[in-house]
Design a binder for this molecule. Structure first.
Ligand code: GTP
Ligand code: MG
Length: 547
């Protein structure tokens, strides 16, 4: 190039530079403003809990006339929100504007008399609306909009994604269909609130809070409902013993440990749920697990519920995941995509065992996003350094402090597309040195593995623990093999670009969700090579973890 041409090229590049800088700068400012408007998980939960307290669940006939249904219920007060759904029958969630409406509703509700059963007069907010004559007349217009409470099957998802125009659109579309809906979130909080009414029989001031994927922003329609019996509010009040005045007299049986106390509380609540919890079936008390729990199905909502107590580290993990998900929309999109991809290839499973769990997988995605250049999300140590005095939290000697004020977090301007990030994710883990390195989102970098587990992911709040201790070599190998295959598929023109034609064949993300050619083969080969002693060892490990 001659000098003049060089000069104009330079000027042009400077203009491009300024433009890019301005555009990204504006995006960064906009994103920062958006973050400042983000509600903390506490605020979201408080709002949802309050809504749930004003709500009831009503079992009704499938031909219920919506208008008449509303007229009937409106006699008890204004209705703020309602929706119908199906779960072993038709149900409606009805949220009144005022809580007083519930008393009016209960006054009008009869307790049925059944000749062959003795009735426990426990008035729960699960009601039945039956035999209201013309309300159920077949001549009336029926078929009120039923809100789906489960996600669409994988083959339908693949068809839908194949019709999108770019991989970025496929990823956002997957999140749209899989994420919890507004209605499903309300139903989850209502089930917690119904359970709280049962727990309140023993502990009137206790609350039941949701945690895990129901509230961390990564929940898929149909995921389990993790609940936590919160007695801390009560014990905090008891902490200060007055010098004079009144205090409560109670029978104290010395328990040998905090764990024993948790087990006995869960045991009585479990019995209560079993005996008096309307719609609660298949109650199992799994009290010897590392984290004791009561598991049951809440039939009217269709949720598989896990009730724990004294599980404060898991609550902190939930808050942390929620925060990361709110920082940048790409976090949630990528987590949803990777979770769905992993489920499609049997890398994760609903049965406990040597599989990678959704929680471990989420931490792996977060770690990958911290390793981008520039990083998309900060490390946990960064978040701890930004914490204010009220954020301080130490649980059983572990520092769980991190910032809660979103506006204090300033992100670097990384503008990578979702497509690019997905390809890089597979590449990153297809070549990761799992044999030597551990994954740490606290430090945001690989650390030397402290123990010889096949996959080592440092527990964010209990750094000496490995969250993927249950994973065996076979499962890790399958994960790596499917990462390699997916990375390869995304590099092939035929599978990574949309195809013309009326019935589009799966491409891009849709192709990645199709049955893998390598996963099964690698898994089988590995299993044959693994000596029996190894297999027994990993089986024992997985049983220990499950317990
Ligand atoms: P799905 O239920 O699979 O949709 O995801 P989930 O995130 O709810 O996972 P899960 O029900 O297994 O666990 C509930 C919550 O407990 C998680 O979101 C975490 O906050 C926490 N948790 C689960 N496993 C671990 C672990 O190994 N270590 C820590 N610190 N927390 C965990
Ligand atoms: Mg869960």
């Amino acid at each position: 190039l001659n000098m003049k041409a060089r000069g104009s090229l330079l000027k042009f590049l400077q203009k491009v530079d300024t433009f890019v800088h301005r555009t990204i700068g504006t995006n960064v400012v906009a994103a920062q403003e958006e973050r400042e408007g983000c509600k903390s998980l506490y605020a979201v939960e408080a709002e949802r809990q309050e809504q749930a307290e004003r709500s009831v669940l009503i079992s009704c006939h499938s031909r219920t006339n919506e208008k008449k249904f509303l007229n009937f219920l409106s006699r008890h007060g204004d209705i703020n929100k309602y929706f119908f759904y199906e779960s072993y029958g038709m149900y409606a969630l009805v949220e009144f504007t005022n809580q007083e409406s519930l008393s009016s509703l209960f006054e009008a509700a009869a307790i049925p008399s059944v000749s062959h059963e003795s009735i426990v007069p426990f008035k729960s907010r699960l009601l039945s609306l039956r035999n209201l004559g013309s309300m159920e007349s077949p001549n009336h217009q029926v078929g009120q909009q039923c809100q789906l409470q489960t996600s669409i099957p994988i083959n339908k998802l693949i068809q839908r994604l194949s019709r999108e125009e770019s991989i970025d659109q496929q990823i956002t579309s997957l999140t749209d269909v899989y994420q919890l809906t507004e209605e499903n979130s309300r139903l989850r909080f209502l089930v917690c609130s119904l359970l709280k009414d049962i727990a309140a029989a023993y502990f009137p001031e206790s609350t039941i809070k949701a945690f895990g994927s129901s509230v961390n922003g990564f929940g898929k329609l149909g995921c389990d409902l993790d609940m936590f019996l919160d007695l801390d509010g009560i014990s905090e009040k008891c902490a200060k013993m007055p010098r004079s005045g009144l205090w409560l007299e109670y029978q104290m049986k010395q328990a040998i440990s905090e764990r024993a106390v948790t087990q006995s509380i869960l045991s009585v609540i479990g019995d209560c749920v079993d005996q008096f919890g309307p719609g609660c079936v298949g109650v199992q008390k799994i009290l010897n697990a590392r984290c004791p729990l009561v598991r049951f199905t809440h039939q009217p909502s269709g949720f598989q519920c896990d009730l724990t107590a004294n599980n404060r580290v898991a609550i902190k993990s939930t808050e942390l995941l929620y925060l990361y998900g709110e920082l940048d929309p790409r976090v949630r999109h990528l987590v949803f995509t990777v979770r769905c991809w992993a489920r499609a290839h049997g890398i994760t499973s609903s049965i406990p065992g040597a599989w990678i769990t959704n929680f471990s997988l989420t931490v792996m995605v977060l770690f990958f996003l911290q390793r981008r250049s520039p990083p998309i999300i900060p490390t946990l140590d960064n978040l701890r350094d930004l914490a204010g005095p009220t954020d301080k939290s130490v649980i059983e000697g572990n520092d769980c402090t991190f910032v809660s004020d979103f506006s204090k977090i300033h992100l670097q301007s990384n503008t990578e597309t979702l497509e690019k990030l997905l390809c890089e994710f597979f590449e990153f883990y297809a070549t990761f040195a799992f044999n030597k390195m551990s994954i740490s989102i606290r430090k945001g970098k690989e650390l030397n593995k402290p123990e010889m587990a096949p996959l080592h992911i440092q527990n964010p709040f209990e750094s000496s623990l490995n969250v993927s201790k249950n994973v065996n070599v076979t499962q890790l190998d399958r994960f790596v093999a499917v990462c390699q295959e997916s990375s390869w598929l995304l590099q092939q023109k035929e599978t990574s670009t949309p195809n013309e034609g009326k019935a589009p064949t799966p491409w891009g993300l849709a192709a990645l969700l199709m049955p893998s050619k390598v996963a099964g083969i690698k898994g089988r080969k590995k299993r044959r090579r693994e000596p029996a002693s190894e297999r027994i060892k990993s089986l024992l490990e997985s049983l220990k973890t499950t317990n």
